[in-house]
Design a protein around this ligand. Sequence first.
Ligand code: UD1
Ligand code: MG
Length: 449
Amino acid sequence: MGNTHKHNFAAIILAAGKGTRMRSALPKVLHRVAGQPMIAHVLAALSPLAPEKTIVVTAPGMKAVEEEALRKAKNCRFVIQEEQKGTGHAVACAQKELVDYHDTVLVLYGDIPLITPHTLHHLIHATESADIVVLGMHLANPAGYGRLVLDGNGQLEEIVEDRDANAEQRKITLCNSGIMAVRGKLLFPLLSRLTTTNAAGEYYLTDIVSLADADGLHCHVAAADATEVMGINSRDQLAQAEYFMQQRLRSAALEQGATLIDPMTVYFHVDTQLGQDVTIYPQVVFGPGVTVEEGAEIRSFSHIEGAHIHKNAVIGPFARIRPGSIVGEGAHVGNFVELKKTDLGKGAKANHLSYVGDATVGEGANIGAGTITCNYDGKAKHQTVIGAGAFIGSNSSLVAPVTIGDGAIIGAGSVVTQDVDADALAIARPQQINKPGKASEFRQRKKSS
Ligand code: UD1
Ligand code: MG
């Protein structure tokens, strides 16, 4: 970030809107992009800039928004806007948290999830040469947005809301993103002068610009990339934001040295971490909390969440790795294998059709096709421990809690209910009976009956 000296500022995030157009029981800012609520994206973009204060404006009954915000920014403060009387009124509600605050105040919306620290940094620093700086963008279709009206010198004179604009103003394509930085000393006095004499009958935050201009103050526009400042009002826009965020995450993965054979088909969580030379095949989905170390391969149609994949491991195709799992260095998890809360040791293999849950599997162990850890008795979950180098024959059920010692062998088709010592061979299935010549006798009997 070009300018490195610290500029003190406070942030106010507006999140009290109902988000009617989402048609949802969930407050709008809790809808997720790349697995993370929008409000958390905004707080994450602020975090590297270290605001002195962060105030989130919510509406009554939005406890869940507070919880989500606190998870991302521990020192976040909240004010409740009892009634939604407009963006200007919402910002004014934060005044009690900013008494005597004279540095820059940054106003953001909780529904602009793609905003970056870089752009915010630029905006805050621009207040060194202006009293109000508004983040604007050019839109081919500006309908619905506030328009930025500039004077002959490129100074911002006024923001006109779409509903209040005349035909001439509606042609302006430079729009208000909704994000602005204001000198703290000026903000609340300007807000106190707002009126509701406009088309919406609301207190518009945007009206502080014309008031400031009339006072001879300097208002500037900082330009932003239109996708970065897109506001989410509908499910359609939410899907668009997801698209742009995934593109960003894919580019970052490629830049950091991962190979994505078909990037467009790989879905990341915002916190996915990939080491160098990781290869990801088409159609892979990452849930929250996944780390993949160098050289690992994730093959097609795999779904991974809450897992640590060590170096050179091979996952999939068609693997499901659930939370609390660790896949050791060079280990293999093959098709139709599900791991849950399982630590699969270095070089261990579970290659086909298995469920391994609440288990510890030692180094180099081999889990045969169709092995099931029976971890649930209808009431509680139990552990299975499989020693290093153990061999579990195909189609075995390991009824937990149970321990299979190092190097032990379990005969195929066993139902193991008792611990097996290290190096022992356990066969837990009915003994086979062979009856010579009985097959034709059997057929004969069938024919005559
Ligand atoms: C606002 C801007 C408009 C800009 C557009 C960008 C105003 C008057 N207009 O319009 O210039 O182009 O955003 O998307 O500011 N909110 C509250 N309390 C309220 C009202 C709103 O907290 O009483 C919050 C909403 O949750 C939302 C944000 O403020 O996060 C913006 O409100 P919204 O009603 O979406 O404003 P727009 O009409 O889109
Ligand atoms: Mg809006």
